[in-house]
Design a protein around this ligand. Structure first.
Ligand code: SAH
Length: 459
């Protein structure tokens, strides 16, 4: 009790103060007598009144009640469900403000978590039009008054809200989601209910390929049986000629993980085809593919520039997915080795090499941290290693392998500045490498997510 007396804020009380900072989750940080209060939708330098909604030992959460003096970076959030949905966190911040925030976030994280003080972090590469950029939508399906609805879960809840247009989503994908929802309803398909574990349709996924316009529909169902399957397929084909692939994914588990292990092509191709700077890629339902095609090209160009290839180099692309970066680099390298944990993605990568007449790329399925030491034992020496791990960053065994392989350059593509900082610290603290520069690329406008490409060179 003695301790709580020192806390200068109380639940349900109002305070007027100035916002000082923005958290990595996009909430404003206001101080009341030095005590931090996190206030969603408040921006730095704003003079606000907040209401305390929750008090913790070292901080509190507040709600923005009134803005007395707005930030010059404040804009009207265009989406009607901004704040309710949780998909976007920064629509109220000007796009220039978002890009500066992301550069700052990277610089600060490298310092704070990596002890990397003097690294050059370039201004974030942004989009000309930072809307409608996503090429993949995954929509949960539910029921209201015995109609099917497809939309989004309210932030921090499992309440499904109907929404037919998402402003960061490709419009054609939104259209197909709603069309498929209506078709499923026509044929009496019931939504899966997570409480009773009954019903059929769990999610509708739609992915599109920007350059060809091809679309893939994946219906995630609880069981392998899909009533009225033939009619559903026929109607989707009739109404959406750009859909070239209809896939069913079966997820029988009680889980909020979207995809299950079993996938069946119901109709059409197994993949859709996209192109990045003249390289074609066939992408299957389970494979990872970057969600922002416009920015992906800029990101890969940066990775290519950092790799500084002359045609003589052997390159390893760890966490290679369907071989996107590998094949992008293979055109300029002697040989590229790609490794990836998802076997379907490696199948895609091998086919994609053939599709592009690229014969200097070798792909292996497995954990990068297991496969790379095997390559090393086989006498493969890499001049350049590219890593592009998921959010948790590189496995330590993989970092240690890189340190013994000693490539001249390491190009680190990261979707999480915190693990980037940790891994760059491991590589530089060894004394072998120095970080030359870091380039943030805005792959996810309107959200707090930051993608980076970092260059390390052997000292
Ligand atoms: N470079 C690719 C994919 C990046 S996403 C692109 O730009 O498209 C990260 C990839 O790492 C995913 O495809 C994921 O399946 C894979 N992955 C995750 N853990 C892995 C591991 N331990 N070893 C190899 N690949 C892994």
């Amino acid at each position: 009790m003695a301790q709580s007396k020192q806390i200068p804020v109380e639940k349900n009380k109002y305070y007027r103060t100035t916002v000082e900072d923005l958290t990595h989750e996009g909430a404003g940080v206001a101080k009341v007598d030095g005590f931090p209060v996190f206030v969603p939708k408040a921006l730095p330098a704003e003079d606000i009144t907040l209401k305390i909604v929750k008090v913790k030992k070292n901080f509190a959460f507040g709600r923005l009640v009134e803005t007395h003096q707005a930030s010059s970076d404040r804009v009207e959030a265009p989406c009607p469900v901004f704040g309710e949905c949780g998909g976007c966190q920064l629509q109220h911040l000007s796009y220039e403000g978002q890009l500066a925030y992301k550069q700052r976030q990277v610089t600060e994280t490298l310092k704070r978590l990596g002890g990397l003080e003097d690294v050059v972090v370039h201004p974030t590469i942004g989009m000309e039009d930072p809307w409608s950029y996503r090429n993949k939508v995954q929509t949960p399906v539910g029921e209201r008054n015995s109609s099917l609805i497809a939309g989004f879960y309210k932030q921090r809840s499992h309440e499904l809200v109907d929404l037919d247009v998402c402003m960061i989503q490709n419009e054609a994908n939104d259209d197909v989601v709603q069309g498929v929802r209506a078709i499923a309803e026509t044929y009496g398909i019931r939504a899966y209910d997570e409480k009773t574990h009954k019903g059929t349709l769990r999610h509708i996924l739609v992915r599109n390929a920007k350059t060809t316009g091809e679309q893939m529909v994946t219906l995630v169902t609880k069981n392998a049986t899909l009533p009225n399957k033939a009619n559903i397929i026929r109607d989707i084909r009739e109404q959406y000629p750009s859909v070239v692939s209809i896939v069913q994914n079966v997820n029988p588990k009680r889980t909020n993980v979207i995809l299950g292990a079993e996938t069946n092509v119901l109709w059409g191709k197994e993949t859709i085809r996209d192109e990045i700077d003249g390289v074609s890629f066939d992408i299957s339902s389970l494979s990872f593919y970057q969600v922002n095609p416009v920015q992906t090209e800029k990101l890969y160009e940066k990775a290519l520039k950092y790799a500084s290839l002359t045609g003589e180099e052997t390159v390893i692309d760890a966490y290679c997915g369907i071989g996107t970066i590998s094949l992008f680099l293979a055109r300029k390298a002697k040989h590229v080795y790609g490794v990836e944990i998802v076997p379907e993605a490696i199948e895609d990568a091998k086919k994609n090499a053939v599709l592009n007449d690229i014969d200097n790329a070798t792909f292996a399925a497995g954990k990068a941290e297991d496969v790379m030491p095997t390559w090393q034992k086989q006498g493969i020496h890499a001049d350049v290693i590219v890593v592009d791990p998921p959010r948790k960053g590189c496995d330590d065994a993989l970092l240690q392998t890189m340190l013994t392989m000693k490539p001249n350059r390491i190009v680190y593509v990261s979707c999480n500045p915190a693990t980037l900082a940790r891994d760059l610290a491991t590589l530089t603290n060894s004394g072998a490498y120095e970080v030359k520069e870091v380039q943030p690329v805005d792959m996810f406008p309107q959200t707090t997510h930051v993608e980076c490409c970092a260059l390390l060179v052997l000292k």
